[in-house]
Design a binder for this molecule. Structure first.
Ligand code: ADP
Ligand code: MG
Length: 255
């Protein structure tokens, strides 16, 4: 077989095997390898590495697209000086993602505007960077979807879907009063993920003592909190809304 035929065959094979990145780069890699007098095995290694890296990139992009993360808020952009109630050291500890590896939960409590969602998104983006999966939604969206699917007898599928991501984010717990059916569904989600050792991040404007009211049932609230808090980091932010504070400091509003 001539070298040219081999070359054509290799291209064809790469295409058949859907090694897209390797197919884009073989000439580069071959030429560079020859110039540098690399071993055949080293050249092969580089070609495969380029395919693997490209696949990982694509996976990250897909995971990001389907995650439902609503904005680009990075932990690096969080201004700790403006919100001294947020313990930077604990956030940095969380950013190591040990909590994900250990299936622990994170709960941000505090009034509107103090950065709960920002920090949650920041952590979620870190999780995505490692190739893990995140599913971000407001509690309101989850419950609305659950109500809808229950009517079509498809609730079990949704339960399964909520069990899949490495981190499930439920934003804004406490804005919407839940019925007993909603609360039971929520308990199921929390309990299944607890049993599977998978993390949940929750933000809420209500303290734990008010959760009984949100869930319409004190006993259910206790059961939910019991699972959630068994392995959890709670960050209670009592500060002032970041936007209000900036506007006040800019002299746009009084008091
Ligand atoms: P919450 O979820 O607690 O209601 P958000 O996280 O949505 O608050 O914060 C409201 C807005 O203020 C967002 O645009 C967020 O990026 C910004 N923000 C809040 N706190 C900070 C902070 N300490 N540093 C930088 N931006 C902040
Ligand atoms: Mg929020």
């Amino acid at each position: 077989m001539t070298a040219q035929v081999s070359y054509e065959r290799v291209r064809e094979r790469l295409e058949q095997l859907k090694l897209k990145a390797a197919l884009l780069n073989p000439d580069d890699i071959l030429e560079k390898g020859q110039k540098k007098d690399r071993l055949t095995i080293e050249i092969l290694d580089e070609l495969l590495e380029c395919e693997i890296a490209d696949r990982f990139e694509r996976k990250l992009r897909t995971n990001h697209r389907v995650s439902g993360i609503p904005a680009n808020k990075r932990l690096e952009d969080f201004d700790y000086a403006a919100q001294p109630q947020v313990p930077e050291k604990i956030i940095r500890e969380l950013a190591t993602l040990r909590f994900v590896a250990n299936g622990e939960n994170v709960i941000f409590l505090g009034p509107p505007g103090v950065g709960k969602t920002h920090l949650t998104i920041g952590l979620a983006l870190k999780v995505l960077e490692t190739g893990k999966r995140v599913y971000f939604q407001t509690l309101h969206d989850m419950i609305t979807k659950a109500r809808e699917l229950q009517q079509r007898n498809r609730l079990a599928n949704f339960q399964g879907l909520l069990l899949r991501p490495d981190v499930l984010v439920l934003d804004e717990l406490g804005f919407l009063p839940l019925t007993a059916t909603d609360a039971t569904f929520f308990f199921e989600v929390v309990n299944k993920r607890y049993q599977a050792g998978k993390s949940i991040i929750i933000t809420s404007n209500k303290g734990f003592s008010d959760w009984g009211q949100i869930f319409a049932d004190e006993t259910l609230a206790v059961a939910i909190l019991d699972r959630l808090l068994h392995h959890a980091t709670t960050i209670n932010i009592r500060g002032e809304s970041y936007r209000l504070k900036s506007r006040r400091e800019a002299g746009l509003i009084k008091t």
